[in-house]
Design a binder for this molecule. Structure first.
Ligand SMILES: [Zn+2]
Length: 426
């Protein structure tokens, strides 16, 4: 087992403390109510089945003979790449497995599956971006069916994206000092240094105001050409109206989020051009109302990144998706939400919470897990770069350098998530 530096536990705890909105966490019961009815019913059935094993054996046998068929792998919404199967004749061959009633046959997308007790296994070939998998069981008790849909990341390659949240101070600094160049601001200068050395692309997720009098309309448009010239690696995106309050979009109507989104987007296009504008991939605190996902998609959002961590018994920084999908996301790179069209991405590292000697031990184990190796979602926050900030990190750029150098040396290519599918080609 890999030796983890002692400090890691400490910063993990710090992240948890910083990223929780205590006043708005749902209870387990409330979360259950949020789940779609079919999922609730399925969970109840599972729980009843587990109890039944001890209490009523004969009943359970008949339940197994007549129970529901269920595809367990792949997961509904799974994003599958070359690491999840075998490339064959322009497609990707993957395994399908699950549970079905005993003593019957199971057909998966038209082909008979192998049976082993209540288990079934089969193989299918993905040939397009989206595939529906249908498993049908038939025995003396009748017919059952379960369908899932999966996404094939067909242009997949090892890649990383770098997102920086909570940006506002650098814009205030440039506006106040009226620099000749954007890169006279030390923050952008250092980001450009990393780009020059490694080709890294950065998305800076920005606020409308610093809440001390500076607002985006005060930012001059005289740097527009410079923004355009650098837009192949430097993008600006909406993050929130302001740093405070915490979790600003967790308990408000989607219309509030959209209004703030539009105000920031309009300003980015005014002072930095369409080429520099990027749809956001992280909303402040990673929490929005479920009905906000579709309007976000309509505004060009294709990916939303979060932590998908369980804290104090509830899933957090998870865009309020249900517990089953949150748990899945805690150990996978990505998941498609078919209802909105948005793909969720799990943040792999938060540089401001990870000391220099914790960076490689955080990233390296992910490369051994096919479910987490392909896409590195790299992340940090602007405020920790600034000496006036109470939690200023003098080695913050060093942390970025260590992470980016390691990714580069291990074959990860810099991408933007809004280009192609999750930054993959095509
Ligand atoms: Zn934020």
């Amino acid at each position: 087992m890999r030796k983890i530096p002692a400090g890691i536990y400490k910063w993990e705890l710090k992240v948890i403390a910083e990223s929780r909105c205590k006043d708005s966490i749902m209870t387990g019961d409330e979360k259950m109510k949020e789940l779609p009815k079919t999922r609730r019913d399925f969970m109840k059935t599972t729980a009843a089945g587990a109890a039944g094993i001890i209490l009523a054996r004969p009943k359970i046998l008949s339940a197994q003979a007549s129970g529901a068929i269920r595809i367990e792998e792949p997961f509904h919404g799974a994003v599958l790449n070359r690491r999840h199967g075998k490339p064959v004749g322009g497609g990707l061959k993957i395994k399908v497995s699950g549970q079905a009633p005993l003593n019957g046959r199971v057909i998966v997308n038209g082909s008979p599956a192998r049976r082993d007790g209540t288990k079934f296994t089969s193989e299918i070939i993905l040939r397009q971006k989206q595939t529906e998998i249908a498993a049908v069981s038939e025995n003396n008790f009748g017919r059952g069916e379960h369908r899932v849909q999966v996404i094939w990341d067909m242009h997949s390659q090892a890649r990383y994206r770098f997102s920086i949240d909570d940006n506002s101070f650098f814009l205030r600094d440039i506006a106040k000092n009226n620099y000749a160049s954007l890169f006279d601001c030390f923050y952008l200068k250092n980001l450009r240094g990393l780009h020059s050395k490694y080709g890294t692309r950065f998305v800076l997720n920005i606020y409308y105001t610093t809440e001390d009098g500076f607002e985006l309309p005060q930012f001059p448009d005289r740097y527009k050409n410079q923004w355009q010239d650098n837009s192949d690696w430097l993008k600006l995106a909406f993050h929130a109206y302001a740093n405070k309050p915490d979790c600003p979009y967790q308990n408000v109507p989607a219309s509030k989020l959209m209004a703030d989104f539009d105000r920031v987007a309009e300003q980015i296009i005014r002072f930095a051009s369409e080429q520099t504008y990027s749809p956001p991939t992280v909303i402040h605190w990673g929490m929005v109302q479920p009905e906000a996902l579709k309007p976000l998609y309509e505004r060009g959002v294709r990916v939303l990144s979060g932590y998908f961590r369980r804290q104090g018994g509830v899933w957090n920084v998870n865009y309020l998706i249900d517990d089953i999908r949150s748990e899945y996301m805690s150990r996978h790179d990505a998941l498609m939400d078919f209802e909105s069209g948005i793909v969720f991405s799990r943040v792999d590292i938060v540089c401001n919470s990870t000391p220099v000697d914790g960076i490689i031990p955080t990233l390296e184990p992910l490369t051994k897990d096919p479910n987490q190796a392909e896409i590195m979602d790299i992340f940090t926050h602007e405020q920790y770069f600034w000496p006036f900030y109470s939690n200023y990190l003098p080695d913050h750029f060093k942390r970025l350098g260590v992470a980016i150098r390691w990714l580069t040396e291990n074959g990860y290519k810099p991408v933007f998530f809004h280009e192609g599918f999750l930054g993959g080609r095509g």
